[in-house]
Design a protein around this ligand. Structure first.
Ligand code: APR
Length: 320
């Protein structure tokens, strides 16, 4: 799965293998991204469009040409559905991203920059255009290693970052579960909502229980690592998006907790956490153990206000 990042800027200036163009069926240029690519890439692109697409390009399909004077090596043109003209079939919009990645794979491209297809002249509602881009790229298997979603203005850039961060809490919790599977039973979470109610946050703690024999008598120190959705995809000095594997998240957490060792000594918590994750993944919402005016007598809640509860975690076993 490729890394997926939000970039604020002009797609024609992206130094990547492939720049994706939001073209139209005629494939002879236009405004917006199309206009910018032809203007900056030069006439070689249009000549290639005429030669390679004499009959244009179908909506949802993709095809490549030279990138002319652009820093990129190729332009992959794709035609999104024209929402303004009544074309509302979202699968055609998703197909633009999927087909563009297929063509990128045929070219052997390793980095691809996408604009938000159909979100401009074609009037697709921006939030759903962003969701379609993120979800489709995140679920398409491809050899491309880096995908950039290029936003042309600050507000859209923040929206793309927020969309990429939607899965970050889930990926972080899945990373903790991987650590449990690796034997780090002392890694625990304490999730909740900020006083403003705006952000979900989690504190991850790990007892540094030494792995050396003489450590058994050294005082156990508890380390902690924090995340808040206010920091979007930034976590533990790295980036966690929908595209980040739980294994990679586990490695990020371990790197933040030097010196902790697998203890394999708290199967009750591991089992409790696995049950919690079944509820979290089914709901697609992170758990809450604390928040202002939150009544936790019946345990943690799977998604604030959902009414779905999970009992409090078992107490930690006595230190060795
Ligand atoms: N770099 C990055 N993003 C850009 C740029 C640029 N240079 N120019 C525009 N955008 C953004 C827009 O703000 C929008 O969010 O790209 C997104 C797609 O907008 P359009 O280019 O209008 O593409 P689309 O909505 O798919 O409409 C395609 O418009 O330009 C014509 O010939 C094109 O007929 C086709 C139609």
């Amino acid at each position: 799965m490729p890394t997926i990042t939000a970039v604020l800027g002009d797609i024609t200036q992206q130094d990547v293998d492939v720049v994706v163009n939001a073209a139209n069926n005629a494939m002879r240029g236009g405004g917006g991204v199309d206009g910018a690519i032809h203007r900056r890439g030069g006439p070689a692109i249009l000549r290639d469009c005429v030669a390679r697409f004499p009959h244009g390009l179908a909506t949802g399909d993709a095809g490549w040409t030279t990138a002319g004077n652009l820093p990129a090596r190729w332009v992959i043109h794709t035609v999104g559905p024209n929402h303004a003209a009544g074309q509302r079939d979202r699968s055609l919009l998703e197909s633009c991203y999927r087909r563009a990645l297929e063509v990128a794979d045929q070219l052997g491209a390793r980095s691809v920059a996408f604009p938000l297809i159909s979100a401009g002249v074609y009037g697709w509602p921006k939030a759903d255009a962003i969701a379609a881009a993120v979800e489709t790229v995140a679920t398409t298997s491809t050899n491309v290693e880096e995908v950039r979603i290029v936003a042309f203005d600050q507000a859209t850039f923040e929206d793309v970052r927020a969309a990429l961060a939607r899965w970050t809490p889930l990926r972080i919790l899945e990373g903790v579960q991987v650590l449990h599977e690796r034997g780090y039973h002392r890694v625990r979470v304490m999730p909740g909502v900020s006083p403003s109610g705006m952000h979900w946050r989690v504190t991850i703690t790990a007892d540094r229980v030494g792995s050396q024999p003489d450590d058994a008598h050294s005082p156990v120190e508890t380390r902690s690592l924090r995340y808040t959705t206010g920091s979007f995809t930034d976590f533990a000095g790295g980036e966690v998006t929908v595209a980040t594997s739980p294994e990679a998240v586990a490695d990020l957490i371990l790197a933040a907790f030097p010196g902790i060792a697998p203890t394999r000594d708290d199967p009750d918590y591991v089992a409790w956490f696995a049950d919690l994750m079944l509820l979290v993944e089914r709901a697609g919402r992170p758990p809450v153990a604390f928040a202002d005016y939150f009544d936790d007598t019946s345990g943690w809640e799977i998604g604030w206000g959902s009414g779905v509860r999970h009992p409090h975690p078992p107490a930690a076993p006595p230190q060795r």
